[in-house]
Design a protein around this ligand. Structure first.
Ligand SMILES: [Zn+2]
Length: 477
C-alpha cells in the first residue's frame, strides 16, 4: 500500500518541482530585464546610419587586431570586443557609444553590459526598431532565399537618403591607392552570371564549411551587390582587395595598368582551386571545348574558358579623333576569321556545336603584348581601337553535311576600355579605366557601371565603346 501511494505521489512531486522551476525562471527573467524600454529607445536613437560602413577591412582601430571585430553603430569605428577590458568594451565606457554589431555573428549588443538585443530585449522593440536592427544585421551579412533571387532585380530604396536603386546594379568603390577598375568590372561580370551568382548568394555563413579566404570575400561582396537593403548606393571591395594584396600580391600591382582579362583568368582558376562545388558549376556552365588541328590533321579536343578574338591590324601611330576614322568590324566576322563552324575547314580552330558553353566569354585583344620595349611607354595609346559591331543576339550558324543549324546567344555583359589622357603630362601614356554594361531585365534598360557611377545607356550606341570582354548566354530553343 505504501509502495503504491509513493508511486502515485511521485509524478505529482515532479510536476510540482517543474512548476516551481518555471516560476523561478520567470521571476529571474523579470528581474533580469537588463534595460528599460525608454532607455533602450533612446539608445537606439544614437545609431547613425550615415557613419555606418560595413565594407572596410575588419581591423580594430585601437589594437589592430583582426579577430572578433565589432562595429560601433554610433561612430562607425571598428573595435575588438566585447568582453570586459576589450577595446569595444572600453570604447562604450569612454565615449558612451553603447551599440555594436559583431561582424562574425551579426548579433547586435549593448555594451558594457553585453546585452544581446535579439536574445534579451527583442520584445521591448517596436516594429520600426526591429526593422532597423534587422537591416543592420542584413547589411553585415545579407541572406538570400531562392525566391528573392528569382524576383531580382527589383526596385529598392537605400535607407540613408531613400534613393531608388535596383539590386545587382550598384557601383563598386574605387580604391584611393590602386587602380582597381579592372577588378571591379570582373566582380560585376561574375555577379551577373546566374549560376555563379546563385552559388555565392545562397552560401550560408553557418553551413558554409569552406573556410577559404577568397571564397569568403567574394561571397560577401556578391551578397552586398545584390542586397535589397543597402545603407548607401555603393559597395566597397576593400576587404577583397586587401585579401588579394596580402595573399596574391602578384595580381594587384599598385598604379599599373592591369588587364581585366588577366584578372578574370586568374580568378576563374583560383575559384576552381578553392571550392570543388564551384569548380563543377564553372566547368558545367562556362567551359567549352573546341577542336584544334595539329600537324597531319590530327584533331585535339581542347577545353576553353574564353574565345580570344584578334582585331585586324591597324596603323599604330594613327591617333583617331573622329569616329569615322576608326575601322569597324562585325563581331560575327571577327569570330569567323579565327574559328570555323563547319567540319570542312581544318586550318582554323573548330567550334563544336554541342560543346559550346551555356555562358560564352569572348575576349577582344586590343593591346599589343608582344610590343617592342621602346613602345612600352605607349602601351595604352597604341592599342587597337577598331570598333566591334554587335547586336543583342549573336547567331552562330553551324553547317554539317549541308545542314545548317543555328545556336543563338544573348548578350549579358559588355566590359569596355575607357582610356584617360594624362592631363598633367602629355608625354605620358594614357591610363586605362574599365566600365561594364549590363542589361536590367526588369526595366529593359542597359546600365553602365563606371566604378561608383551607374548610368542608363542606349544599347544602339554601346558598340562605339572599346569592347574588351563580353559574356553571352545561350538561348534555349
Ligand atoms: Zn563609437
Amino acid at each position: 500500500m505504501t509502495q503504491k501511494r509513493r508511486l502515485s505521489e511521485e509524478p505529482r512531486s515532479i510536476k510540482q518541482q517543474q512548476q516551481q522551476q518555471q516560476q523561478e525562471i520567470k521571476k529571474k527573467q523579470k528581474q533580469s530585464i537588463p534595460i528599460q524600454r525608454e532607455d533602450l529607445q533612446s539608445l537606439l536613437k544614437t545609431i547613425n546610419r550615415k557613419k555606418l560602413d560595413f565594407d572596410s577591412e575588419k581591423i580594430c582601430s585601437a589594437s589592430l587586431s583582426k579577430l572578433d571585430i565589432y562595429g560601433c553603430l554610433v561612430c562607425g569605428k571598428y573595435f575588438r570586443g566585447c568582453k570586459e577590458r576589450s577595446p569595444a568594451f572600453l570604447h562604450s565606457i569612454s565615449d558612451g557609444h553603447r551599440l555594436f554589431v559583431s561582424f562574425e555573428s551579426t548579433r547586435v549588443v549593448i555594451l558594457p553590459d553585453e546585452i544581446d538585443i535579439d536574445v534579451n530585449v527583442i520584445h521591448l522593440l517596436d516594429d520600426v526598431n526591429k526593422k532597423l536592427i534587422n537591416d543592420i544585421k542584413y547589411s553585415v551579412y545579407p541572406v538570400y532565399s531562392p525566391d528573392t533571387i528569382r524576383k531580382s532585380p527589383y526596385r529598392c530604396f537605400e535607407s540613408t537618403q531613400g534613393q531608388l536603386y535596383y539590386n545587382g546594379f550598384v557601383g563598386l568603390n574605387k580604391s584611393t591607392s590602386n587602380n582597381i577598375a579592372y577588378i571591379n568590372v570582373i566582380i560585376q561580370l561574375l555577379a551577373h552570371v546566374d549560376p555563379i551568382r546563385d552559388f555565392f548568394l545562397l552560401a550560408d555563413k553557418k553551413n558554409h564549411l569552406n573556410d577559404n579566404g577568397l571564397i569568403k570575400n567574394i561571397t560577401l561582396i556578391m551578397k552586398k551587390i545584390w542586397s535589397p537593403h543597402l545603407f548607401k548606393l555603393n559597395v566597397g571591395p576593400d576587404e577583397l582587395i586587401s585579401y588579394i594584396m596580402v595573399n596574391h600580391s602578384n595580381v594587384i600591382k599598385a598604379n599599373i595598368n592591369c588587364d581585366p582579362q588577366m584578372f578574370l583568368n586568374w580568378l576563374i582558376n583560383a575559384l576552381c582551386q578553392s571550392d570543388k562545388r564551384l569548380r563543377k558549376i564553372l566547368i558545367k556552365t562556362c567551359q567549352g571545348k573546341l577542336k584544334a588541328f595539329a600537324k597531319g590533321n590530327k584533331a585535339n579536343i581542347v577545353p576553353f574558358w574564353n574565345l580570344t578574338l584578334t582585331l585586324p591590324e591597324i596603323s599604330m601611330f594613327k591617333e583617331s579623333k573622329n569616329i569615322d576614322d576608326i575601322e569597324q568590324i562585325k563581331l560575327e566576322d571577327l569570330i569567323m576569321a579565327k574559328f570555323s563552324l563547319d567540319s570542312i575547314n581544318n586550318d582554323k580552330l573548330q567550334l563544336i556545336k554541342d560543346n559550346l558553353p551555356q555562358y560564352l566569354f569572348l575576349y577582344i585583344r586590343r593591346f599589343n603584348k608582344s610590343k617592342k620595349l621602346s613602345d612600352s611607354e605607349f602601351y595604352v595609346r597604341n592599342r587597337n581601337q577598331t570598333i566591334v559591331n554587335f547586336d543583342e543576339i549573336l547567331t552562330l550558324p553551324f553547317s554539317n553535311d549541308d545542314k545548317i543549324s543555328k545556336i543563338r546567344y544573348k548578350l549579358i555583359s559588355n566590359v569596355v576600355h575607357d582610356p584617360e589622357k594624362n592631363l598633367y603630362d602629355i608625354e605620358k601614356d594614357y591610363t586605362s579605366n574599365w566600365k561594364i554594361q549590363l542589361p536590367n531585365e526588369q526595366t529593359k534598360d542597359w546600365v553602365e557601371i563606371n566604378n561608383t557611377k551607374t548610368t542608363i545607356k542606349n544599347f544602339n550606341l554601346l558598340f562605339l565603346d572599346e569592347t574588351y570582354i563580353q559574356v553571352w548566354e545561350k538561348i534555349k530553343d
